[in-house]
Design a protein around this ligand. Structure first.
Ligand code: TEU
Length: 569
């Protein structure tokens, strides 16, 4: 694309996240594949996408759908061949788009050759690629750290009499970044893909790679003994990022986004401020925990709207002041669909999907669209745990019952929180299985596909798809969306999120009613005088037939959402 030559061309870009297993199947296997993505490149180009984040397609036993990598430089046969990949890369380039690969190097699969070697003996050359500890003095796990998927973070290896660390699934062994040989391997595998011409990387849980080498017990002051404070944004993580930047990211001019688990604003500024020479931008998840009571994912509560707004606002202002850069997102493959979570996914489904899009795309950062979001795909209607596929959902289902919940209570929580909510297949058209596969889909296809599908929305100018297409185009046209200063405009309004982006003689104003009720929103006097009375307003995006005039006091219909541009005279 025309901006590729500038250092920060990706600030105007929109990234589309492809979950390959559920995108498009061309073989009838019931799972998507690389050729399926090639088939749909014109669709993504039509939407205005610049960068495709392709989730892991490497050789893997698929215990965590590819985030358990057994060979970093080979394609999993279920997804195709290296020739398919090369063709994909070429086809992406031909369309002036970019490919971003998902790099999972906090851990590898226990089926990786390195781990297979490491477990041979305590003095195997690969032993130190992983994190091994003796049992605690009285026997048992070395410390009380918990796996993110439930249960202890340590697995015992009978043969060598030691435990190895697994912060995620028990088959995802944490790599030992203290070992320079591991860092060499990471540089090597990244070089392999960079040489193939990919434009960037998404780095899986990259802020967890540096562990406190004392491996202390967690006293539970943050959360009962989970240990995260001893490896989140750990002691050497910035040093490691600078090393990768110097050796790979800079020489190959790559765009990079780090997935930052339970991180802090201060750290994300360090990761993404260009002067630090680390990453291009960061994902953080604070705004997606506003329905976790006391941070507990496996307990339900209605989401806290004020917290959602304050967190988004705080990160807008904080990253702006610190010259960092946000990856903007409401959805990904680990989260239930925001449409079902924060808005209304039935009567006001279309309005809601557009409201979330407008609200997000007006913010500063690079927006990420997760497959299906652009057609307003809601959470599926689950009938039972047996329909679910995610290892985490099944673990937690068991653990909740061990803690005394009935199967029904456990399922009711999982139904809301399961990562499978976002992993159901893409809905392409109204043919069987929504055009996703001619075989048996690996996970259920949402039965609403005759109504909700890509083909229908391509032909409907009022569709969610066309709304996304418009928003994606706006970022290319209006510089203010890239660098305008963020200012929150609503003062704890119970239903409305309102903000502006200000730059010189221009202001973008975004007003969204996050409720099913009609409501009234009033701008502060100062803002009204400075902007609303100062020049004509152009509607950039909206989601209702009748659009109220942008004036000091506005009546907003359910889930109404607008973006205006004001040019001061
Ligand atoms: O996710 C990291 C992560 O911490 C989560 O979003 C995780 O899914 C959640 O805490 C579980 O409750 C990344 C990937 O996006 C995810 O799909 C992988 O399972 C995980 O890393 C391990 O590689």
């Amino acid at each position: 694309m025309e901006h590729s030559h500038t250092a920060d061309w990706w600030k105007k870009s929109t990234v589309y996240q492809v979950y390959p297993k559920s995108f498009k199947d061309t073989t009838g296997s019931g799972e998507g594949d690389i050729r399926g993505l090639i088939e749909k490149l014109d669709y993504l180009q039509g939407l205005g996408i610049d960068i495709i984040w392709l989730q892991p397609v490497y050789v893997s036993p698929q215990n965590d759908n590819g985030y358990d990598v057994a060979d970093y430089c080979e394609i999993n046969p279920e997804y195709g061949t290296m020739a398919d990949f090369d063709e994909l890369a070429a086809e992406v380039r031909r369309r002036n788009m970019h490919l971003m690969l998902d790099i999972v190097v906090n851990h590898s699969s226990t089926e990786h050759r390195w781990f297979q070697e490491a477990k041979q003996s305590r003095n195997n050359p690969y032993r130190d690629y992983y994190i091994w500890k003796d049992p605690a003095p009285g026997g048992g796990v070395p410390n009380n750290w918990q796996s993110k998927f439930g249960g202890p973070a340590w697995q015992y290896d009978e043969a060598t009499g030691q435990y190895f660390l697994t912060l995620f699934d028990k088959t995802q062994a944490d790599l030992n970044w203290e070992n320079p040989a591991v860092r060499e391997e990471v540089v090597k595998l990244m070089t392999f893909w960079a040489e193939k011409g990919v434009s960037g990387f998404r780095l899986d849980v990259i802020n967890l790679i540096s562990k406190d080498q004392n491996f202390p017990d967690d006293d539970g002051s943050a959360r009962p003994g989970d240990g995260r404070k001893f490896y989140t944004d750990g002691p050497r993580v910035h040093e490691y990022m600078k090393e990768l930047n110097r050796r790979i990211f800079k020489p190959y001019n790559l765009v990079t986004v780090g997935e930052m688990s339970s991180t802090s604003l201060e750290n994300c500024i360090l990761y993404s401020n260009p002067e630090q020479n680390e990453l291009s931008m960061t994902f953080n998840f604070h705004h997606l925990k506003v329905d976790y009571p006391n941070g507990q994912k496996w307990e339900l509560m209605p989401y806290d709207f004020e917290q959602l707004k304050s967190l988004l606002s705080r990160w807008q202002t904080g990253m702006q002041e610190g010259c960092g850069w946000n990856a903007l997102f409401f959805n990904n493959h680990d989260q239930p669909r925001a449409l079902s979570r924060f808005t209304d996914d039935s009567e006001y489904r279309v309005e809601s999907a557009k409201l979330l899009a407008t609200t997000l795309h007006g913010l500063q950062g690079t927006p990420y669209v997760f497959q299906g979001e652009e057609i307003g795909l809601p959470n599926p209607k689950w009938n039972g745990i047996e329909e679910m596929r995610d290892v985490e959902s099944h673990n937690i289902y068991r653990i909740l019952q061990e803690q005394g919940k009935s199967p029904e209570e456990a399922f009711n929580i999982i139904r809301e929180r399961s990562r499978d909510n976002s992993r159901t297949p893409m809905l392409w058209d109204s043919t069987p299985n929504a055009g996703f596969t001619s075989g048996t889909p690996w996970i259920k296809v949402d039965e609403r596909y005759p109504e909700i599908n890509v083909e229908r929305q391509l032909h409907d100018p009022d569709s969610v798809y066309h709304h996304y297409k418009k928003l994606i185009g706006l970022r290319k046209k209006h510089q203010i969306l890239i660098d305008g200063t963020f200012v929150r405009l609503d003062e704890a309004h119970p239903q409305v999120f309102a903000y502006s982006r200000v730059k010189g003689q221009e202001a973008v104003v975004v007003v969204s009613n996050f409720s099913k009720e009609q409501t009234v929103f009033q701008f502060a006097d100062a803002f009204a005088e400075e902007w609303l009375e100062a020049g004509p307003a152009e509607l950039l995006a909206g989601n209702t037939k009748q659009v109220p005039p942008l004036w000091k006091e506005m009546a907003l219909s359910p889930f109404a959402s607008y973006m205006w541009l004001i040019r001061r005279k």
